[in-house]
Write a protein that binds this ligand. Structure first.
Ligand code: EPU
Length: 424
């Protein structure tokens, strides 16, 4: 199993190009299932979850092609011959986002069998809202042998438009129902829809494919179903979480970096907090320059749905707080168990206590390097950030979690001057 080894205390300096967003690329890849015609994607990040999604799509019968063999960020997907409408337990347990094939397969093929994801490291994460929404659209759904078995029984073979109000805001739930609604007969209204930029990016692709969607970017999506969707080209939006992760890295380790090819307007809540922490930020249309000369100041924050502070940035900003001047209170409202990084940060000398869904962080002047273990994707990123700021050598074990969601993180950090290497 690969590990990352780093010697902290080196300020970061230089430029880094932000990759396409993982959480936009995954639903967008599934959208290819809605048409027989080819979908050409660019700015697809090169990371493990994308490779896992490609494997699943191949199993389903999608033709996958890299038009330029030297460029993994360009991808051509064509689902003209679907061989199987199934996502097995093996696939779904490897990657929960596999659930995103449910809506499109059901809408296009009239049948889908997708393993129910179990709980995961950050919480129980049920998919009841996906199921509730599809049932409202007329799908007959049974849970059997750990699988969601869904079928369209209507005479015209199509899902029916419906008004759906989800009990809570769910990102992949919104995406599944949005994809399903594009081919339904009649109009679907999704109330309480997730407003994350990744949902908007998926909707933009669907519109290019011929879908009729209004309200993109809002919490009320109106989808007028069409008979057929067609070929389209799309460039995946830049990854706001990767961008935010590098910003936290410079806030913790010091230095000056420029993020290129990013979308600053998707990072408002993160930028507000990092400015409060003392990071100097200059923003252009698609770049951010960030400078940190002093020790960061502690900032309290609370995670919530977009446009508020993202849960996917909670662990990384906590690492900044760990070495900040003062104390802070961090409240996690999206996932019930997303503090797995706390014990590991404490092994590096941080002073963090957990009470329920709140972490109380007393900033310490210095962290000191140690061997720590990654437990999930964003927790891994927070440990790397802490390691870059710590004195001495830190080793982060089990970085397959990191590889799931970051495109060449240690190479990008090396370009910024960090002393970091992958050890096999
Ligand atoms: N929820 C339910 N029932 C449902 C759906 C969600 O109870 O049917 C609950 C969840 O348990 C959670 C909350 O609602 O407490 C929000 O979950 P959501 O469905 O929005 O999360 P998700 O769609 O499974 C996506 C991202 C996550 C990100 C969350 C929140 C993808 C592939 N994943 O997950 O990304 O944390 O939204 O923004 O888009 C990551 O990239 O590290 C990551 C975990």
């Amino acid at each position: 199993m690969d590990k990352l080894q780093m010697t902290g205390g080196v300020p970061l300096k230089g430029e880094v190009v932000i990759a396409g967003a993982k959480n936009a690329a995954l639903p967008i890849m599934c959208a290819c299932l809605l048409t027989n015609e080819p979908i050409e994607l660019s700015n697809v990040p090169d990371l493990q979850d994308v490779r896992t999604m490609l494997k699943l799509l191949l199993e389903i019968g999608v033709m996958v092609d890299f038009p330029d063999k030297n460029d993994r960020s360009r991808l051509r997907l064509q689902a003209s011959k679907i061989a199987s409408s199934e996502a097995t337990y093996e696939m779904v347990k490897t990657m929960r986002a596999s659930i995103l094939v449910l809506g499109p397969l059901l809408a296009k093929m009239g049948t889908a069998k997708v393993s129910l994801p179990g709980g995961c490291a950050i919480g129980a994460r049920p998919v009841d809202q996906h199921i509730k929404g599809l049932k409202a659209m007329g799908a007959v759904i049974k849970i059997k042998g750990g699988y969601i078995q869904a079928e369209v029984k209507a005479e015209n073979g199509r899902l029916q438009g419906a008004s759906i109000l989800t009990d809570m805001i769910t990102v992949t739930g919104t995406e599944n129902l949005l994809m399903a609604a594009t081919l339904a007969s009649g109009t679907t209204i999704l109330e309480n829809a997730a407003r994350e930029p990744e949902v908007g990016d998926l909707a933009e692709l669907l519109v290019k494919m011929g879908a009729k969607i209004s309200g993109i970017g809002s919490d009320r999506l109106v989808i007028e179903g069409v008979d057929k969707l067609h070929a389209a080209e799309h460039s995946v939006i830049p990854d706001r979480i990767e961008a935010g992760t590098f910003l936290c890295a410079v806030a913790a380790a010091g230095g000056e970096i420029v993020l290129k090819r990013c979308r600053p307007e998707t990072l408002d809540a993160v930028l507000v907090k990092l400015k409060e922490a003392g990071l100097k930020i200059e923003v252009g249309s698609d770049w951010i320059r960030a400078t940190m000369k002093d020790r960061p100041k502690a900032v309290s924050f609370r995670t919530s749905e977009y446009p508020a502070f993202p849960t996917d940035m909670q662990a990384q900003l906590m690492s900044v707080n760990a070495i900040a001047l003062g104390s802070s209170v961090v409240t996690e409202t999206i996932f019930e168990n997303r503090f797995m990084h706390v014990q590991e940060l404490n092994r590096l000398g941080a002073d963090i206590a957990i009470e329920g869904n709140t972490a109380i962080v007393q900033g310490v002047e210095k962290l000191s390097g140690a061997i720590v273990m990654a437990t999930d994707l964003r927790a891994s990123a927070s440990l790397v950030i802490a390691g870059l700021a710590a004195q001495g050598e830190t080793q982060v074990d089990r970085i397959y979690h990191l590889d799931r969601g970051y495109d060449r993180m240690e190479l990008k950090l090396t370009q910024l001057g960090a002393n970091i290497q992958r050890v096999k």
